[in-house]
Design a protein around this ligand. Structure first.
Ligand code: ATP
Ligand code: MG
Length: 578
């Protein structure tokens, strides 16, 4: 390719609305352009990278025996109603109507569609295991599209769906995908690691996310360097001890605490109740039903865990400004700050308590009377807990549950997600088969997603320096950039440049020649900004000694004999780590 024909609109200035490095570089290197928030056009160079990432994904999927298909982007709402996700996933669904006013859903994912296919086509155990995948545009009505391709309204996802005859067989399919994901992200040149994950609205019972460490990532990952434990903070647990039991005190006792409505205020004189002897009582509304949540005063509630434990579609904190919610506070008898679960809790309310409070006594909590608290509270004795569960957020430094070493926390970008689904979708959409023993069973499913466009941007977020992108070799838009510093048609410089270009092209190398009649500084800056892995610089001075410049992006410049240039470039490509 010739630069003058390639359409590479690089930008000197950083676009004002790009917040993170990779988003800025996507725009500055001329890879994409924004149409509207969360919607981007891939320009020729960006599309080349996208195709290369897709190629890696396809090769690794094919290698596992998964079969590529292509499902419609418009999906009938009926199958979403059947699976139950018409309601549970409602907030991200883009819906359109046709001329007959019939509603359609623009695919955010395709469990319902593929399960419909399986219901009709997979009738015998002999047809499994089978895994179908596709690489196509998905649509999600994100609350906050941002950071360029990272969280877009429309993005490219590889989604795969496995069907198996049993739970054990499904586990084998799951691990095949897990291993393939590792290879995909490694080949993309990404530092990446799998973590245990929450299963969210998709449902299911076992899941891992593939994470790319990055300060700008939207996820927090809890990990242990000693034993390798790693989990999304939405799922992570630690070996932190339960609340130390004390001498069981007398009955709970009410005492006045005028104006005290925070854990912090109660921990100060004259009350001096340490936060770890306080119970925080929170009111939530889960699918329009009130719910009490109890966690220790020094702990933070994890709302994702709360949603998972309730199994509700919508969970939100109760709000005193909302009239219906206010009635709930009134039935307890107090406003936030004086709430508790010892007295006045209506019998039909659910009370969820965090495991760390199990067996705790000598605790202090709100008295459900404004301006009063209760001390000497023994949870087991004084509170009717509906369900004990893990609700707290792990903090850095807590002991690992597996090996007791201190846990760490880092931010990361989720680039892929694998789920074991069980029979949730196959039962609802009647994807059953005739088993070997003659019985009819629902098939055991797994689903596996990779954000292809997010992965592309994650590569940039991880591989860059002050001058621009540093593409890993396998995904670079062009592997080699030849930069003649004088472009007149019959100069020796240009002749050699054309010769090397022709030879590398003939060897199948993706090569671009910067044939612009521009200053060397401009050309070098652009080559670094776009981030081609290898640059061949050809100038009059070095050529007078029969030499050309060879430079790996981010590496040292070396002079090589002009006649060795092609061989050296091929060596560099062969020795690239990905
Ligand atoms: P997130 O938690 O980031 O919203 P998700 O868990 O909803 O993502 P999945 O349903 O697991 O996403 O989708 C599979 C993959 O698709 C994700 O791992 C991610 O890489 C990508 N992805 C999801 N939503 C978006 C989006 N809005 N823009 C770009 N990529 C996305
Ligand atoms: Mg996910």
């Amino acid at each position: 390719m010739r630069w003058t024909k390639a359409f590479i609109p690089t930008l000197k200035e950083t676009p004002a609305d790009a917040e993170i490095t990779s988003h800025k570089l996507l725009l500055r290197a001329g890879l994409v352009r924004k149409l509207a928030g969360g919607l981007y056009t891939f320009l020729p160079l960006g599309l080349r990278v996208l195709r290369k990432v897709e190629q890696i994904v396809r090769e690794e999927m094919d290698r596992t025996g998964a079969l590529e298909v292509l499902m419609p982007a418009l999906q009938p709402p009926e199958i979403w109603r059947q699976s139950g996700r018409y309601e549970t996933a409602a907030d991200v669904l883009f819906k359109v109507r046709d001329r007959a006013k019939k509603e359609w859903i623009m695919s955010p994912t395709a469990e319902e569609v593929i399960t419909t296919v399986a219901a009709a086509e997979i009738n015998s155990y002999r047809q499994m295991p089978v895994n179908f995948y596709q690489v196509c545009v998905k649509f999600r009505d994100e609350l906050r599209p941002r950071f360029g391709l990272m969280r877009a309204k429309e993005f490219i996802m590889k989604d795969a769906y496995s069907f198996d005859v049993s739970d054990e067989a499904a586990m084998v399919s799951y691990h095949k995908m897990y291993d393939a994901y590792k290879r995909i992200f490694d080949r993309c040149g990404l530092q990446n690691f799998p973590v245990e994950a929450d299963t969210g609205v998709i449902g299911g019972n076992y899941s891992h996310e593939f994470m790319v460490p990055a300060e700008t990532g939207e996820n927090e990952v809890v990990y242990c360097e000693a034993c390798g434990y790693a989990a999304n903070i939405e799922k992570a647990t630690s070996g932190i001890p339960k609340t130390a039991p004390r001498e069981a005190g007398a009955a709970a006792e009410k005492f006045p605490t005028p104006g005290v409505v925070t854990i912090d205020a109660l921990s100060k004189a004259p009350y001096s109740v340490p936060a770890n002897r306080q119970i925080k009582t929170l009111v939530f509304i889960a699918d329009s039903k009130p719910l009490l949540v109890l966690i220790r005063g020094d702990d933070q509630l994890n709302e994702t865990k709360l949603v998972a434990r309730t199994g509700a579609v919508q969970v939100r904190p109760a709000d005193v400004k909302n009239e219906a919610d206010l009635a709930h506070f009134k039935s307890l008898g107090a406003m936030p700050g004086s709430l508790g679960a010892v007295a006045n809790v209506p019998s039909d309310w659910t009370v969820l308590a965090d495991d760390r409070l199990h067996g705790a006594n000598d605790m202090t909590t709100g008295a459900n009377e404004d301006g009063f608290h209760l001390r000497n509270v023994s949870i087991e004795r004084d509170i009717k807990v509906t369900k004990w569960c893990d609700l707290r957020t792990v903090s850095a430094g807590e002991p690992c549950a597996k090996c007791a070493k201190a846990l760490k926390i880092r931010r990361a970008i989720e680039v892929g997600h694998v789920f074991k689904l069980g029979t949730k979708y196959s039962e609802k959409l009647n994807a059953t088969f005739l088993a070997e023993d003659g019985s009819r069973k629902a098939s055991f499913m797994g689903c596996y997603g990779i954000g292809v466009t997010r992965t592309l941007q994650a590569i940039i977020e991880q591989c860059n320096d002050k001058d621009g992108i540093i593409w890993p070799t396998l995904v670079a838009p062009y592997t080699v950039c030849i930069t003649p510093l004088m472009v007149g048609a019959d100069t020796a410089v240009m002749k050699l440049a054309e010769q090397i270009y022709a030879e590398l092209s003939a060897k199948g190398v993706d090569v671009i020649i910067d044939d612009r009649d521009d200053r060397p500084g401009v050309k070098f800056k652009d080559a670094d900004l776009v981030g081609f892995p290898i640059r061949v610089g050809i100038g009059e001075k070095s050529l007078a000694n029969g030499e050309v410049e060879l430079k790996r992006r981010g590496g040292q410049l070396v002079l090589v004999k002009a006649e060795d240039a092609v061989a050296k470039v091929l060596e560099l490509i062969a020795s690239a780590s990905n």
